[in-house]
Design a protein around this ligand. Sequence first.
Ligand SMILES: [Zn+2]
Length: 331
Amino acid sequence: MTGIKSEKDIYKDLLPQLDKINFKQILWGEDLVNYKLVIYPQRITDIPYYNKISKYMVSIGIVYINPGANQKVKPISVMLNWSDREIYIEGNTLHKVWKYLRTSVQRGIDMATVNRKFIRIVTPEDILVTKYIKMAKSDFNKMLHLPEKGRMNNVSGSDPEKDYIYYYARDGKEYHDKDCEKIRNMMPETVCTAKSIPIGIIPCPKCQKMLYLRELCNPFYSDMKDVDRILTRGKIDEKQVKKLINNYGMRMHTDIDGNLIVLCNEDVWKIEGLEHESFSLWHNNYVRTGQSDRKKTSGYHIHEIRKTTLEGILKYISGYSFEKHLEAETL
Ligand SMILES: [Zn+2]
C-alpha cells in the first residue's frame, strides 16, 4: 500500500453530485500526469492546426478540488484530443483553477513516484503547453501564480508553427524543407515559399527525407525526430514513407509514452512495444450506429494481428477499412 491516497478515494462520496453533470469522461487532476494541457487564448479554433484535429476532439470534464468550498469537487469542461492525449483548455479557465489543479497533479506525481511508475514529468507545470499563448513569460507566470524561475521553458512570444510550406530560391533548381541548411544560408529576400510543390524544380537531395517527415507528421512537427527514429529502426526507408503518404494519406506522430500513432483513412492506430520490437497494435474505439455505420468514441482497444515487423503492421493499417472489416464479418 502506498502512503499517498488517491483523491478518487478521498472524494468518491461526492461523485453522485457530479453524475448530474453528465460528462462522457471525467479526469481527475492526478490523472493529468499522463496528459498534456494545451492552453489556447480564447477560441479553440485559433489553434493553427485545429481543423486537422477537430475530428479527434471529444468534450470531457476535469474535476478540481477546493477543500475550503461548499462544493469541494467541481468539474470544468475541456476538449480532449483522444488520439494523443492532449487536452485543450482555455487560458482564463485554467487561470481560475490551476491553483487547485496543480495540487492534484502534484499528488499524481507523488503517487507515481511512490509506486515507482514511470511518468515523463517532474513538476505540475510540465504538463502545460503554452506555445499558443502570446504573452511574455513573466506575465504568464504571474497569471498562473508561478514562481519566476518555474520550469516553463516553452513559453515564447513568437508565432505558433505555421502550416507546412516548401522553400526555394528565386532562381534555384531545388525546393527545400524550412530547416535545410541550404535555405538558412540564403539571403532571406531571395527565398520564395509555396503551399504546394513548386513546378519545374526538383527536391533537394539533402533535405528530401525531412520534407517527407514533415508531411508525414503534419501538424505535429515536434514529433518528427521521434518518428524518424522509429522508422529508421523499423527499416522503413524514404521510398516507403513516400508511398505511405501519397498512396494512403498516412500521418504519424508519437504520444506522450513514445508510442507511434498512425492515422490512416478514418482510423487511428497506436503501435506499442517499439523499443523491444514486440509490437502490439491498438485500434480506436467505436460504436456501431447502424448496419454499416460507426461512430468513434474515446480510447483504444487491442487489435490482434500476427505481424512481427513495423513494415508488416503499416501494410496492414494501410489496407484496413471498415468496409473490409464488415465484409470479413459477413463471410
Ligand atoms: Zn534542402
